[in-house]
Write a protein that binds this ligand. Sequence first.
Ligand SMILES: O=c1ccn([C@H]2C[C@H](O)[C@@H](COP(=O)(O)O)O2)c(=O)[nH]1
Ligand SMILES: [Zn+2]
Length: 180
Amino acid sequence: MDLCSLLREISIDDNHEHFMAVCCLAAQRSKDPCTQVGACIADRKGNLISSGYNGMPRGCHDDEFPWGKGNSDPLKNKHLYVCHAELNAIANAMGPLEDCIIYVTLFPCNECAKLIIQHGITEVVYMSDKHASKSGTVAAKLMFDSAGIKYWQFKSKKKITIHLVADGSKEAPKSEDDDV
Ligand SMILES: O=c1ccn([C@H]2C[C@H](O)[C@@H](COP(=O)(O)O)O2)c(=O)[nH]1
Ligand SMILES: [Zn+2]
């Protein structure tokens, strides 16, 4: 492999790490006490297009709609109401998504798979496949295979630590104890 190809490969790898980290940050915003999911969409040039996480639809307040899933009445469980992370990432995008890549912390369900396909997204990078045996996941994979959508599991190679600093420096901020 020549140097240019090697460098290109390294930077593509960095993109995957970066976008999966964006997904993890987005997931942290979810109010779901059980399953927090984050997704983001990037174009083939490595530009971030949008991100999303699982949450109640606009105007449907978290404190008015249920987050549980054990009630015998489906109207009192979250599943009929919650917008999936992938749906929100797609809804938050401002333009066409042809040939884009979607990154997601959990393999998409069948409903999200349909959305992904219909928006022209051609690659799915996921982290967890914990529902692999569920029929929704099996159906999603059947549809991706049929539609020619590439999907592969992201395996983290390093721990990503994020320090939020205002001045753009790479130094970790001092703890409050250091100031006294
Ligand atoms: O493709 C998916 C599948 C699920 N989610 C979200 C929707 C819910 O908030 C949870 C799933 O609930 P559990 O019954 O606790 O697994 O995950 C998603 O965002 N995208
Ligand atoms: Zn879904």
